[in-house]
Every structure is written in C-alpha cells, then in structure tokens.
Design a binder for this molecule. Sequence first.
Ligand code: SF4
Length: 683
Amino acid sequence: LDPRPIERRTLTTCGFCGVGCSLEVAARDNGIATVRPVDDGGVNRGHACVKGRFSHGFVTSPERLTAPLVRRGGSLEPASWEETIGFVAGRLAEHRGTEPDSFALISSARATNEENYLAQKFARAVMGTNNVDNCARVCHAPSAAGLAATFGLGGGTNPFDDLDRCDTVLLVGANPTHAHPVVGSRLFQRVVDGARLVVVDPRRTLLARHADVHLRPRPGTNVALFHGLAHVLVRDGLADTGFLETHTTGFDDLQELLRDYPPERASAITGVPARDLESAARLYGNSRAPMIFYGLGVTEHRHGTDGVRALANLALLGGAVGPGSGGGINPLRGQNNVQGACDMGAMPDALPGYQKVLDDGARARFSEAWGTGISPRPGLRIPQMFDAARSGTLKALWAIGEDVLATGADSSSVEAALEACPLVICNDLFLSATARMADVVFPVAAWLEKDGTFVNFDRRFQRVRPAVRPPAGVRTDFEVLHAVAAAMGADLGCPTPEAALAECAELAPLFAGISHQRLDQAGALHWPCTSAESPGTPRLYRERFATPDGLAHLAVRPYLPPGEETDGDFPFLLITGRRGEHYNTGSMTRRTGNLALLPQETLDIDAADAASFGLRNGDPVQLTSRHGRAVLPARITDDVEPGQLFAGFHFPGAGVNNLTSAVVDEATGCPEYKLTAVRIRPA
Ligand code: SF4
C-alpha cells in the first residue's frame, strides 16, 4: 500500500457502460490511487463493477499517445500541435464551401456531451454538412428510431429505480450481468425479492438460469416471437383494449397482423416451444407492472427497428407504458454517453435535442444562433460513409474516439474504405487499429481527465469531472475541435464545456433546464428538463405520449427473415457480444489488471458440437464466414445451444469482426452483428 496521503478526491461518472455509476476517484501525484463507488442517488447505490472500480490503469499506460502523429512517406511520425492543426485545417478547408459533403465526422460515446455538441457544430457550421454520426449507429440506433416512432421520444421510459416497483421483468436480448453489471445485480436482487422474470435470449445467461421462463429464439426471429406473445395477449383477453383504444393508433391493423402469428407458427419460425411462449405471455400479461429491458440482441439485426417496434407493441399491449401504467420499456445502452451523443445531435438527420434537419424552423433557429446556414440535406450514416469512401465521393473522414476498424462489421470492407479515403483523421488515447491507418492522429484525453457531462441509459445527465490531468502533450477533443476550427478562420463559440451545454440548452427545448451549475448543486437530472424550474422527467408519458397527436403508434410490420441463413457450407450461427471483464474493443480494459481476469477471447461452443470436431477446451478453432476468417480457442459451455456459437469482440486481434457481415438494419443502418453463418474446423 502506498503510504503517501491522497491529495484530491473527485466525484465523477464512470465512462464505461451505460449504467453511469457515480464514482469517487482518489488521486495523488496526478495518478489515480483508488476508485470508490458512491451512493448519491444514482443507479449504482454505492456499487460498481470490476471495470469501473479497477480499470483505471490505462490512464498511465506507457502506450498513451502524447504527441500528434502525421503520416509522412507512408509512416506516422510525431509532429507539433501547431503543425498538425495547421495541416488538418488546410486540408479540410479544401472541402469546405465547394464540396462540403465530401467530409464526414464520426463522434462517439468516448466524447462528453459538450464535445459531441461541438463536433456536430463543427460538421454543420464549419464544414457545411450533416455528415455526422456516432457509435449509436452500430448499437442502439434502432432504439432511437423505433421508440420515437411509437412513443414520440427515442429514450427509455423509466428511471432505473422503477425496477423496485415492477412485479415482472421481461429481459430481452441482453446479458446485463456482463454488459451492465450493476444493473445485472440489481435485476438479480429484484428476482430474489419476488419479481417474476422472463428472459428472451438464445444463450443461457446467468439471469436466464434464474428465470421463470426462458425463451431461446433462433437468432434473427425476434419479431415473430414478439408477435407470437402479442397474439396470446390479444387472444386471451390480456390486452387492455380500453387503454389501447384511448391512447394508441393502429390496434385494429395490429390485431389483423397478429392473426398470422399463433403460437404454433411463431414456434415454427423461432424454435421456441409453443407452450413456453404461452407461459411467458400469460406471466407477462397477468402482471400488474411489467418492465421491459432489452439490449443489442434486439437492435443489431437486419430488422432491428422492427424488433424494437414489435417489443414496444408488447409494452403497450401489456400496459407497461403510458398513462396509468406501472412499468416501462428501457433499452440498456451499451456505453455511457451513447445516449448523450445522440441527444447532442451527432446524427445525420437530427440537430441537438432530436430536432429534424428536414424541419425548416429548427434549421432556422440553429442558423440564426450560429450565424451560418445549415444544410437541408440529411447526412450519411456510418455505413454509408464507408460506401462513399470506397466509391471515391468521401474525401475526408474524422473519427473521434471510435475505432471504426475494430468495431465495424465486415472489417475488410471498413479497411478498404479507410484505404480509399484520402484523409483520415483520428482522435484516440492509443494507436488503435483505425489510428494505424489514419493520416493524422490527435492524442486526446480520457474520461477520467475531462470536464463535462454524460447521459446514461435512463436519460440522466451526470457530471464528469477531471480526476487527474492528461499527460503532457495531450488535449481534450473539445480543445482539438476548437483549435482546428480557429485555424480555419471559424469561431465555434462556447469556449468552455459549461458554455457549450448552455448553448445547447438554449437551442434544444428538451434540455433547456440543464446546466453544469444545476448538476453541481442538485445532482443528476433526467431529460426532458424544459426549464430551470423543472425537476426533470424521470418517468415518461404519464399523461400523454410525445407524438404530435399524443397517441402511441402501434407498428404493423410482419416478420422478415434475417440477412444471413445457415446452409450446408456454413452450418453454425455465430452470435457476438460482450464479456464482463472488458469493455468494447478493450483498448482501456486490456491495459489494466482486467487482462489477467480475461487474457484472450474464446469461442463458446456446445459440448456435443465440440466433441463432433474432437475439440477440447482451449483448442484453436478456425471460423470461416462468407466474409472472412478468425481463429479462437474453444470454450466448451452449455451457455450456447447446439449449432450456435458465441464470441466477444474485446480483442480486435482475434478478428471477430472479420467474420460479421455488411448486412444492416433496413431502417437505421445498424449492422447485424448478432448472427453470422459460419463453419468451423480445428485450426
Ligand atoms: Fe458501473 Fe458500468 Fe462502470 Fe461497471 S462499467 S462501474 S456497471 S458504469
């Protein structure tokens, strides 16, 4: 133990998963000594997981980038800040004005709200394009689209503490024990305390092992399963028709559609036994206050937005959401501040606060405030940016905190896009896979070194405060954006993070009452928070829905097959996802003691499947999909069904995203990470 005294204690918010745990960081000599979870009324109630509590060593990793890098003669070489800013500004100025849509910016949850606000302002006001997107595109874009289409707003409906009021949890396509551990443990405790639990997941997760009913649909068949459950609710009189007639549209059309999804047909499509489906529907339908939580197992599909909307139908049919309801429907956002990145308008079709680019009035307000015109053309989504780069129309791409090469599906096509793009700029802590291919790399600060705010999965604005100073030579994304704009002769205004959130609050009514000062004085606030007097809105839709007509819009969309199917050549289905020890591409957690907890990626495989190939635990397995190859050591487990496989994506070197396909959700462009047809053999 280090006997030296702690010099400083800082309250901040965990920058890993979407739970957004409140943490106290103790520091000495500008190094982190300890991280302690605190109970300040936040989701974590004084708890934290192995990531938030112990994964801070990356901050002082010798691999941190501490000087800008510029590609010269084929290799990245250190350069001064002045030279690098000047170079980037000069190159971007070539596109500004004449061909603004040849530039695109990818922002991310690694950036604070204030940085996301500035990033989208840079794209729109300085470069003149709506080509700005964020990492939600590859995770919960279908949630934002699907929930907004049904209810009017793209966020979850409840504060997480409402878990304690519900009597039944329907957990779909999520493994919070690993991906959102504090939520996972609170869910588990709620079940111990008497709540009923229905889990929908192809894998036998920890919570599935404790569920009253566990439904294991074939990957890609969610919509048919949700329709099958809805069919039983309507057939058995478990839907509140009075509520539906008063507060929704589309019920008649939905009933017509649901006639095609009796349990027997839903069973034939999904592989879920009809009797289990009926049990789950009755358990859910008879509950007083059902709460739905769902994850990427719903969204990361070819029909992910249809899945969200069919699940929202279930929420309405079961009385989970809306006036008089006791439950809710809540997406478990993967990263902290992926919600905020969307809220701040780092989206190709929406300005801050979900004001549409196509809305003349909204554009006029931003134009007046920013003193510049806003393009009326919605911009490119991330997959479309890659298409444009490969076709030669995208000539400059700036990725802020998102390692697109490691995270993008069908990574060989992402690599081709980066190769084809004449200018790739990357902001990162480390020389990531994307940074290695970039022309310019800016070394930037980590969440433990930043000032600003995050928004967690339940729409809660929380303060982020610098616990330590960044290493010498490192700047924040906020400072880099300002410096490049200034070198281009533009003034982004809002010189501080506090001023940036204040400007956003002035322009986005959803956040009008939120400021650093209020958050510092009164603690977290849930949006919508429309005035300085508003206490925020932890619970949505208590009086009416947020659609223009005040009604929820039931979706009437049939089940459609996924983008990939197994066949004789590719007989296994690979599911990708997260593991508890690491976070996303692992760039932070692999540079901490967490590496000892999970030193490599594995391939989860059923015992009978392993035996049929003569595989034992640890044996290398070669996977081949229609898109690429990877080799992973086998981990024999009953977590997965025969014929299905699972791998995490925390070790980019393992090449799991070499395997995944370029199929995307038709409504939002979110990749279909959750199923890839593969074949295997001993390597
Ligand atoms: Fe909390 Fe998630 Fe951070 Fe773990 S990773 S401490 S659950 S916010």
